[in-house]
Design a protein around this ligand. Structure first.
Ligand SMILES: *Cc1c(COP(=O)(O)O)cnc(C)c1O
Length: 473
């Protein structure tokens, strides 16, 4: 009996809560939303108001709320939802996490020249596929090709949407319908479900695995080659290390086997690098030129937005007859690069061609920043933020993004041990503050670490005031 009465009471308080909800018209007609509708249009405000009222209704019906929110709080919710709908997306964030190529944060920040190039080409028309001298149709592939020949020594080049599509296109165009030989240690998942065996299947080629997870010899490739072999594929182990009892055949040895048997050697470099990484204390990586000239790959492929430091793109360089097959394959149209990325990529490559990548390309400015300068910036952050619980500490910046597995650089980070909250709560406040761009830090043993190496110098003042506000808040 008591139960039934309880339920009746709750259902009658529920229906009075539902009755207290305003109509969409009343909410839209409220003072603050009237002004908002003037600036962004009534349709968007009506849409958001309907959603806010629906949400409040479900909260009441599911017992999450026992009263209707008042008109002001609903109006605030509508204004926030309009901000969310009509504000910039993706939003700019400040990367203080100390991971240079951070895929979740958009990988490489672009150079000033790359941004200008995008803006110039985006604003009007361009000779994207028009040959100005001949006055007839041209090719979008022509724009970066000479630069890539100069920078890598390759005979030819094609640029597509991203490296995943470069790999797919290369396999389809060069080895479609035939067998492709891959070491078991390299039949890997790069991330985001990009698995080499799956990509091979999609390309129409058949995977032939050789060797074992930890040890593969050049002879394994040689024994697996048949009349139906379309290519040998090598894949950079971008995001993991194989240590212990391991053996990877010398790249040049595989190339010699490939050449001797007339089978192309395709090399997915992942990040791909045009500069010497060892000069900054990182693991030595063959440059793209080394891969082609010294190691004898016929095709090398890499991302535009990893260590190259440009926009999303996939670059394939190498033998002209093979690149021509890629250019004329039907998939090329499906994976073609857009004009804005092409403009940014060309501008980025030009920085390398002028020998100015270390000073102009943000990724390389970050890699080459010296520890004394980073120490100075962290100290300046500490002084300007002020208060207790702040210390400059030794830390490591990761190169990240499936670039150099395990590759880190020494840095000096600002460590914050907040007095009134824990580090997670502070990290959350910095992500969702709203009045500043989100600041992404890294938690390390109950401290929040902020690494200046991945923060653009022009973002320092924003970071200082955001952290100060978050510590006060
Ligand atoms: C990152 C990576 C890819 C994918 O490149 P995207 O440009 O992200 O498409 C492919 N292969 C390797 C080895 C990689 O590291």
């Amino acid at each position: 009996m008591a139960n039934t009465r309880g339920e009746q009471e709750s259902s009658s308080s529920q229906s009075s809560a539902l009755r207290a909800l305003p109509s969409v018209d009343r909410l839209v007609g409220s003072e603050s939303l009237g002004a908002l509708a003037e600036s962004v249009g009534a349709d968007a405000v009506t849409h958001a108001a309907r959603q806010a009222i629906d949400d409040a209704r479900s909260a009441i019906l599911t017992g999450m709320a026992d009263a209707a929110p008042n008109l002001d709080s609903l109006a605030e919710q509508v204004a926030a939802s309009i901000d969310d709908l009509l504000g910039p997306r993706p939003r700019r964030v400040i990367n203080a996490a100390g991971v240079i190529i951070h895929t979740n944060l958009g990988r490489a920040p672009l150079s000033r020249a790359a941004i200008e190039a995008m803006s110039n080409v985006g604003r009007g028309y361009s000779d994207l596929e028009y040959d100005l001298n001949a006055g007839e149709r041209g090719s979008r592939h022509a724009h970066p090709e000479r630069l890539l020949q100069f920078l890598t020594g390759a005979e030819a080049a094609i640029v597509v949407n991203n490296n995943a599509s470069a790999v797919l296109l290369a396999l389809a165009a060069i080895a479609g319908g035939r067998e492709v030989i891959v070491s078991r240690g390299e039949a890997v998942e790069i991330g985001g479900r990009f698995r080499i065996p799956d990509v091979l299947r999609q390309s129409g080629a058949t995977l032939v695995e050789v060797g074992t997870t930890n040890r593969t010899y050049a002879a394994d490739y040689a024994e697996a080659i048949t009349d139906n072999t379309g290519a040998l594929l090598r894949v950079h182990r971008s995001n993991f290390l194989v240590v212990g009892f391991t053996s990877t055949p010398d790249a040049a040895e595989i190339a010699e086997i490939a050449r001797g048997r007339g089978v192309p050697l395709i090399n997915d470099l992942g990040s791909g690098c045009l500069l010497d990484t060892a000069q900054f204390g990182l693991a030595p990586e063959p440059t793209v030129r080394d891969t082609l000239e010294r190691e004898g790959s016929d095709i090398a492929m890499f991302s535009g937005d990893k260590l190259l430091g440009g926009p999303q793109a996939g670059v394939a360089v190498g033998r002209k007859d093979l690149i021509d097959k890629m250019k004329s394959h039907p998939l090329a149209r499906a994976v073609r690069i857009d004009k804005l990325d092409l403009a940014a990529l060309t501008a980025t490559l030009q920085a390398y061609a002028r020998g100015a990548a270390l000073t102009e390309v943000p990724v390389w400015r970050m890699i080459s920043a010296d520890v004394a300068a980073l120490d100075e910036r962290s100290l300046r952050w500490q002084e300007n933020i002020g208060g207790k619980g702040l210390r400059v500490v030794e830390a490591e910046t990761a190169v990240g993004g499936g670039s150099l597995p395990g590759g880190t650089l020494p840095t000096r980070a600002l460590a914050i041990e907040p007095a009134r909250a824990n580090a997670d709560a502070l990290a959350e406040r910095l992500r969702v503050s709203g009045s500043h761009p989100a600041i992404i830090g890294r938690i390390d043993e109950d401290r929040l670490l902020l690494d200046p190496r991945t923060v653009l110098p022009e973002e320092d003042d924003e970071l200082i005031s955001a952290v100060r506000a978050a510590l006060e808040g």
